[in-house]
Design a protein around this ligand. Structure first.
Ligand code: AMP
Ligand code: MG
Length: 423
């Protein structure tokens, strides 16, 4: 891996000012290290959900394949219609969706047509049933119809030969449907990224075991599992690793043998039992380990052999915030996503005052809602402690407060980033 051309990056983790690494700089440094995986595999369409497309999809046909009706009503020739009053036409056939189109329409004729049914030749306009009156085999058409109305043109969704989807597109529900509409049942996707993770901490108990004095349940492996799985990655849960250098060394070795990316949580700070950073420096390379953000100041990024390594903080909220702020995009890039899915964010007024000291970017948890006047506003979830995991569950967005800003008064505008479509 070549080091990126950035002045604040050094190979030694200790000889630069950690406060100089802003959120944006850290993102840029990580991004400069990423080389997307190349391996692809063919997969049935349903299994491709959440994977990244490894080929361009060119439409092999017109979608829809034939000109058809967008309404239940009557297909007519617009030139037959009176511009000022009602017109009587002879109903010569009825056509349902899926039926072969009836013979070409002659002057003075109409056909009864259902939504999705193919239009006969010469018919160019569909009149809604509600604007007609039927008398035997005659139909009276109201005045004021528009030429070409309620007709779906062949190829109006996609023309034969047009680019339907590009390599690098993440496949969600809409893309599965789009590919299916082309009659394609199998696609080439990048093989899923392999992500191994473990928690560190002598205080951690795995669920299913009784808690003893001083212990807490390990929740980080569950938030990580959730975030990784919903992004479509293959994840390997290596369990809880004790705060002991040999145990962590073994976990590093095992994880880096099986994965493209290794994530740990906890033990990355400067406490007496924080071994992640020195071990990473010995076994691989530390690129950086401190960022001017809250929560999540200690975040180690580096390499373990061919693997990318993220040493996430231990606090449960900090794990989710740092995953969101750095790891998600890095993983999607490695997995072949290009361009990266857009993260929805916008500016709204906060209804609560927000406490903050200048110097770090903060990702506070907020609840975005619409007030009685229809205006979208955000309020804080309250206690912003990095251990309050409930705040992530109650929130539906981050309130992102820039590094240099201080406390924010109620009524001021703030930037929010939605969770939906993100995690
Ligand atoms: P550390 O970064 O290891 O000092 O951990 C910071 C805080 O996060 C401590 O209060 C830990 O007990 C807590 N913590 C660390 N790992 C986990 C975990 N896997 N689940 C829940 N809390 C954790
Ligand atoms: Mg710890």
């Amino acid at each position: 891996m070549s080091s990126p051309e950035v002045p604040y990056l050094t190979n030694s983790a200790d000889d630069y000012d950690p406060q100089s690494m802003t959120v944006a700089q850290a993102r840029a440094v990580i991004s400069a290290h990423l080389k997307p995986i190349k391996d692809t595999m063919r997969t049935p369409l349903r299994s491709a959900l959440n994977h990244i497309l490894a080929e361009d999809i060119i439409s092999p046909m017109n979608v829809p394949p034939h000109i058809n009706s967008a309404m239940d009503g009557y297909a007519v020739r617009f030139s037959d219609l009176s511009l000022t009053g009602e017109t009587a036409l002879t109903v010569c056939a009825s056509v349902l969706a899926g039926a072969t189109p009836p013979p070409p329409l002659k002057p003075g004729q109409a056909i009864r047509i259902m939504t999705g049914a193919a239009l006969p030749e010469n018919a160019d306009t569909v009149v809604m049933q509600e604007q007609t009156r039927r008398e035997g085999d005659q139909v009276w058409i109201q005045a004021d119809q528009k030429n070409g109305q309620h007709v779906r043109m062949a190829g109006e969704d996609l023309h034969k030969g047009a680019s339907a989807l590009r390599r690098g597109q993440r496949l969600r529900a809409a893309e599965l449907g789009l590919i299916a509409s082309l009659g394609i049942g199998e696609v080439s996707v990048f093989r899923p990224l392999r992500v191994a993770f473990f928690s560190t901490g002598d205080e951690l108990t795995s669920i299913g075991h009784p808690l003893t004095d001083g212990q807490i349940y390990d929740s980080n492996r569950y938030t990580l599992y959730g975030m990784l799985t919903s992004l479509g990655f293959d994840c390997f849960d290596l369990g809880v690793v004790r705060d002991h250098p040999v145990a962590i060394e073994n976990a590093f070795e095992e994880a880096s043998r099986m994965a493209d990316v290794v994530l740990s949580s906890g033990g990355v700070s400067v406490g007496e039992a924080d071994f992640i950073k020195p071990l990473l420096a010995r076994m691989g390379k530390v690129v950086f380990w401190k960022i001017a953000m809250k929560p999540g100041r200690p975040l180690a990024y580096g390499q373990l052999g061919q693997c990318h390594f993220f040493g996430l903080p231990g606090n449960p909220v900090a794990v989710m915030v740092t995953f969101y702020a750095f790891v998600r995009d890095a993983l999607l890039t490695l997995a072949g996503a290009n361009p990266l899915p857009v993260v929805p964010g916008f500016t709204v007024r906060t209804t609560t005052a927000l406490k903050k000291a200048p110097g770090r970017t903060e990702f506070q948890r907020g609840v975005l809602s619409q007030n009685a006047q229809g205006e979208w506003t955000v309020r804080s979830t309250g206690n912003q402690g990095s251990g309050i995991l409930r705040s992530m569950s109650e929130a539906n967005c981050f309130i992102v407060l820039p590094q240099d800003c201080g406390s924010v008064a109620a009524g001021a505008e703030v930037e929010v980033q939605l969770f939906e479509g993100l995690l």
